[in-house]
Design a protein. Sequence first.
Length: 151
Amino acid sequence: MIILLYILITLGTFALMEIVTWLTHKYVMHGFLWNLHADHHQPKYPHVFEKNDTFFIIFAIPSILFFYFGAVPELNFLFFIGLGIFFYGLTYFLIHDVLIHQRFKWFKNTKNKFLLGLRKAHKVHHKHLGKEKGECFGMLFVPKKYHNQYK
């Protein structure tokens, strides 16, 4: 029974992270920390890393802390919150950096409608080079219209 609870905590945290991501992207990254995110909206940024990559470190800190406090002195529910955050971060990396921005050429020729819809929604987000007038701030759950474009 406790294992089922831990699985539900992990999955629930993963799902909640999409809301956290949307809010953080809209109000923090396109708000008071725009200076770290702005280079991500510029075409052909000339470096391997962007200032925007700082957010990977910022978002890893809560996961690391939950892992630590969820394992010391013994395993508890906090560990599984950290696991949900970690899984979301891994998924975010694979979708955002690998699939959408092609920083690694692993899923270059996908025909999957869901993945193509995510890619399209993110392109719509990036058509705005400034921090205002943004749209599609989520990462995994984007409006259905973007998925319906692919038949």
